[in-house]
Design a protein around this ligand. Structure first.
Ligand SMILES: Cc1cc2nc3c(=O)[nH]c(=O)nc-3n(C[C@H](O)[C@H](O)[C@H](O)COP(=O)(O)O)c2cc1C
Length: 219
């Protein structure tokens, strides 16, 4: 059965408003079908030149979860949640073989032959010109995918917690990427069924951080 038919998915505005950072999860597992759906919605996210530089590791094994929690200052959400998505990013993805991406774009009709020929040189050139910013740019793609995941999870009845509290070298050790200098960790997101209600801590008035045309001109 398609999990989406089991519950009525929340629409995007309601998923955004209902989402809270959940710190306590039930031990209840996520069905394989629901997890697959969540993964597919996650990688439906856009990315720069469609390079999809994210590398997503689903940490589910109990020993792996325990190690990841230690790498995250012992935050217990990772132990409790049935799965934690580690959103990593390959800073060099745009300078690797783009053939599968370009061929797919051609096959769907999204890219013309001209676009493909242009991208073959333009994408690696653009990426190389980023220099030290390659990592930052790859992390942007991974963060957009993580945001898709969090909202899709909420819509499908699951809860999440964005997590930035971890040591990158330790997380890389846990996922087996210590030897890869180009792999950056963007964010960790445990996902599962909430074991607590959580209140919205609120947001500043938009007049303090949303502006029109120029910074300082409040919306
Ligand atoms: C980038 C980012 C990193 C965060 N890191 C952590 C974390 O390591 N541990 C944690 O418990 N919560 C973490 N949070 C959750 C925030 O504390 C939470 O989003 C914020 O208090 C607002 O609450 P809300 O998400 O329920 O609206 C993080 C949130 C974001 C967006």
């Amino acid at each position: 059965m398609n999990p989406i038919t089991q519950i009525k998915p929340l629409d995007v505005p309601n998923a955004i408003l209902q989402r809270r950072s959940i710190k306590t999860f039930k031990p209840e597992p996520i069905s394989a079908e629901l997890l697959k759906q969540l993964v597919e919605l996650t990688v439906a996210a856009p990315s720069s030149y469609n390079v999809q530089s994210w590398r997503i590791i689903l940490v589910q094994d109990e020993a792996q979860k325990a190690a990841l929690s230690v790498a995250s200052w012992n935050q217990k959400q990772i132990i409790e949640a049935p799965c934690t998505f580690v959103f990593a990013a390959d800073a060099m993805a745009g300078e690797k073989d783009l053939t599968p991406i370009l061929e797919q774009g051609l096959a769907t009709g999204a890219f013309s032959e001209g676009t493909v020929n242009y991208f073959k040189t333009a994408v690696p050139q653009f990426q190389a010109a980023l220099g030290d910013k390659r990592r930052e740019y790859a992390i942007k793609d991974a963060m957009i995918a993580a945001t898709h995941m969090v909202l899709a999870a909420e819509s499908l009845g699951l809860s999440t917690c964005f997590m930035n509290g971890w040591m990158e070298d330790k997380v890389k050790e846990v996922i087996g990427a210590s030897e890869d200098p180009d792999l950056a960790i963007a964010i960790l997101v445990p996902v599962g069924y909430a074991a607590e209600p959580r209140k919205n801590p609120g947001r500043l008035p938009t007049s303090s951080n949303v502006f029109v045309d120029r910074v300082g001109n409040p919306y």
